[in-house]
Design a protein around this ligand. Structure first.
Ligand code: URP
Ligand code: ZN
Ligand code: ZN
Length: 471
């Protein structure tokens, strides 16, 4: 049956206007005032905005990490995402050195296929770039539609790749039309600082931040950006947390290098002092890169506003406080890194960004959806509202006032990093390809209904991206 959304205010990255939306099956088939219902079910969005569904470029669902596995999987994680107004996630597929890439991709398909309630895609981790890996990449891009590659510059002896691997990945991505993503922290220096701190008996969560200072993020970001320029390639820096990294990205962009950046809600809203909470509660706030001194937050908001950074990822990688984070009770370096963020990403950006005048309503849509779709080869099928595209839609009440809490969130973990924070605005109903996933704040979706998305190559969008993202 067709659906007709009436009385809503449509918001895209470019415009805000009143219009009805007619949906047939998975797509929007008409947009305009007073549309003929054609027998459609009518949905009244009076008083609400209608946004394109959020696209989260950065999740780690059911990921083995830090001696455990992140708690939210493709079921709980995507349900929570949908509650928050996100209709697509791009998750990081981890690879193992010496193993065929397809093995790793198959593992990720297996854990997502029957669970995801919204659409999803994968980035692929590159841990080595030898002839064998090189030979597999064209097929991975063409057959799997995986067109973005992640290189970790940190997590020594776990995920960390060397500079040769990073450089070869950049060169290869340029040739094949992929986008290279980096976790930019200097893993070797961090390793030294962590060992030194532990030798000195410094074991509390705060030392996580003190052994990963902004300089190590700035240095790695600058190095990756310089190598991108040398390779004439394209780079996306994930989870930018501090001014040092923003400055390196701005310098690179000013030189004409194609360097994009993402930040996350935790870096916009939380600061280093959270790691000093008593009773080991600081462990709840252990991310890499770590939370920073508060002044960095203004730099990050400004970077989103001015286009120095382009997107907001959740970096969803959730661990229970009891039973997972406490693996590091006597040693901060054993606290699993990451937190629950998939559900609150859109709300935080709206409430703290739009409502507080830090960004405009259209920038909000651009940052949480449209730019992600453009950079990662999903546009225009995803990331905008117009005739012919997927009906991934959020009916959002901008006036609802509520308090974020683990008692009411839908993520599978026992705490929320924003516990007690008051926010304005809430996703009331969410549609994924024309079907309700959330209806009147209730989950009505179906496990396994999310589709795997093959994405276009970065260079197929290059023109569009450059025209619409460069500020
Ligand atoms: O602390 C974090 N960010 N955990 C997830 C893994 C990563 O580095 O993105
Ligand atoms: Zn990372
Ligand atoms: Zn991450």
């Amino acid at each position: 049956m067709k659906k007709l959304i009436i009385n809503g205010i449509i918001v895209t990255a470019a415009e805000t206007f009143s219009a009805d939306l007619l949906i047939d099956g998975e797509r929007i088939i008409a947009m305009g005032e007073n549309l003929d219902p054609q027998g459609a079910e009518v949905i009244d969005a009076k008083g609400c905005y209608v946004f394109p569904g959020g696209i989260d470029p950065h999740t780690h669902l059911e990921m083995p990490f830090g001696g455990t596995v992140s708690k939210d999987d493709f079921e709980t994680g995507t349900i929570a995402a949908a509650y928050g107004g996100t209709t697509t996630v791009i998750d990081f597929c981890l690879t193992n050195k010496g193993e065929p890439l397809q093995n790793a991709i198959d593992v990720w398909h297996k854990k997502s296929k029957d669970k995801a309630v919204i659409d999803y895609s994968f980035h692929l981790m590159i841990s080595e770039l030898n002839e064998a890996v090189l030979n597999q990449l064209p097929r991975v891009m063409d057959d799997e539609g995986i067109t973005s590659f992640k290189v970790f510059m940190a997590y020594k002896n776990v995920f960390q790749a060397d500079d040769e691997t990073l450089f070869r990945t950049l060169v290869t991505a340029k040739e094949l039309g992929g986008l290279v993503m980096v976790h930019a922290e200097n893993g070797d220096v961090i390793d030294y600082l962590v060992k030194k701190a532990l030798d000195e008996g410094k074991t509390d969560p705060i030392y996580h931040a003190l052994t990963r200072p902004p300089e190590v993020e700035g240095e790695a970001t600058g190095r990756a950006a310089q190598l991108t320029g040398l390779a004439n390639s394209q780079l996306y820096v994930v989870h930018v947390s501090c001014a040092d990294a923003v400055n390196r990205i701005v310098e690179a962009r000013n030189k004409g290098f194609e360097v994009w950046g993402e930040t996350c809600p935790q870096y916009l809203m939380l600061d280093k002092s959270h790691l000093e909470k008593p009773n080991f509660e600081g462990a709840k706030y252990v991310w890499s890169p770590p939370l920073r001194d508060k002044w960095h937050q203004d730099v990050l908001w400004n970077a989103l506003k001015t286009g120095q950074l382009q997107t907001l990822g959740s970096d969803q990688c959730s661990f229970d406080f009891k039973g997972q984070k406490d693996l590091g009770k006597d040693d901060f370096s054993k606290i699993p890194n990451g937190g629950p963020m998939i559900e609150d990403r859109v709300s935080i950006l709206f409430s703290e960004g739009v409502k507080k005048g830090r960004i405009t309503l259209n920038q909000f849509v651009d940052i949480m959806s449209t730019r992600v779709a453009k950079l990662f080869g999903l546009y225009p099928k995803k990331g905008t509202i117009t005739v012919g595209v997927d009906a991934d839609l959020v009916i959002f009440d901008p006036t609802v006032e509520r308090t974020i809490s683990a008692k009411t969130h839908h993520m599978a973990v026992d705490y929320n990093a924003f516990e007690g924070m008051k926010v304005t605005g809430e996703a009331i109903s969410v549609l994924s390809r024309g079907e309700f996933v959330i209806r009147d704040k209730q989950f009505v979706g179906t496990k396994g209904k999310g589709n795997y998305l093959k994405r276009a190559k970065y260079n197929e969008f290059l023109q569009e991206v450059n025209e619409t993202l460069t500020i």
